[in-house]
Write a protein that binds this ligand. Structure first.
Ligand code: GLV
Ligand code: MG
Length: 305
């Protein structure tokens, strides 16, 4: 599967034609047009039409195009999917399903997409699924969810809904609690990235709500980046550059990774004597260090370094 760039995933309310227009000119790797929690119930039906028009008429060159539909406990989900995919399926990369709780919910979406693709004459299976994990049951089932469909491209952590689902006594996403001697977000973040890597798909961190505090955004983002996450949601244009920077390797790490790969390729070749473990300066490199270097070089190349 080709992994699309997703360092910065910009949320755009489907009820705002102004923001749907403005998002096209912003340097986010992905945009997702939202039909869920940023759209008031009375605006949901009109938002579907706005999103279809924006996908078809806008210029989204270079961006991954996603629509977040409403979750399956609501009455809106099926018509969200049908309206958006019938109306703009050719100009859409993925559907994001929020508050996923079971593998069966992903399978429902997979089957519905297959039917719409057949009716519309689209290639069956092209439209991907992004699954958002944002409550206790979803986290319990995350591995089954990651394996529920070949269409799964990312598993996303939804920290705000997750905090509510877990009764966590805080209103600030990612904030540490002095009463807890650790990071309460470590477990869900780790469990999600573990499931994503087991399945070979991307792991994406969710939103940071204090949109004017870009330093705080950066420090929360650095934690999931350190665990291997591929990107994070951005709710405001001011967070985009920070996300693009945090989820791209540092230049010196990228350069060093390329050096390791070059050296390892040479030493393991015939000309280099088929050697498997060799010294590069003061550092021993072998197959495992080449794999670590491949991860960093891969992220850097995907980010155009
Ligand atoms: C995102 O949807 C969240 O709940 O954090
Ligand atoms: Mg949510």
């Amino acid at each position: 599967m080709s992994l699309r760039p997703r360092r910065s995933c910009l949320a755009v309310p489907g009820s705002s034609t102004k923001m749907l227009g403005k998002a096209q000119g912003l340097p986010a790797d992905q945009i997702f047009c939202d039909l869920e929690d940023s759209v008031a119930p009375g605006a949901k039906e009109a938002a579907r039409g706005n999103v279809v028009a924006a996908l078809n008429e806008g210029d989204w060159t270079g961006k991954t195009r996603v629509v977040r539909v409403n979750d399956l406990t609501t009455k809106w989900t099926y018509r969200d999917v049908i309206t958006v995919v019938e109306g703009a399926g050719q100009n859409l990369d993925c559907i994001m399903l929020p508050k996923v709780q079971t593998a069966a919910q992903v399978q429902w979406l997979d089957l519905l997409l297959s039917q719409i693709e057949q009716v519309m004459g689209f290639e069956v299976g092209r439209i991907g699924i992004e699954a958002q994990i944002e409550n206790a049951l979803g986290l319990s089932n995350v591995k089954d969810i990651a394996f529920a469909s070949d269409r799964i491209e990312t598993i996303i952590f939804g920290p705000a809904d997750f905090m509510a689902s877990m009764n966590m006594p805080s209103l600030v996403v990612g904030a540490l609690n002095p009463d807890y001697p650790g990071d309460p977000f470590h477990y869900p973040l780790f469990k999600i990235v573990e499931a994503a890597r087991a399945r070979g798909v991307q792991a994406i961190d969710g939103p940071f709500l204090q949109i004017r505090d870009v330093d705080a955004f950066r420090s929360v983002a650095k934690k999931s980046a350190a665990l291997g996450y591929d990107g994070k949601w951005v709710l405001h244009p001011g967070q985009i550059d920070a996300a693009n920077e945090v989820y791209r390797p540092r230049q010196e790490d990228y350069d060093h990774a390329e050096l390791i790969l070059d050296a390892y390729a040479w030493h393991t070749s015939e000309a280099g004597g088929h050697r498997g473990a060799v010294m590069l300066g003061d550092e021993m490199i072998d197959e495992a260090s080449a794999k670590m270097a491949q991860v960093i070089a891969g992220k850097g190349r995907a980010a155009g370094m």
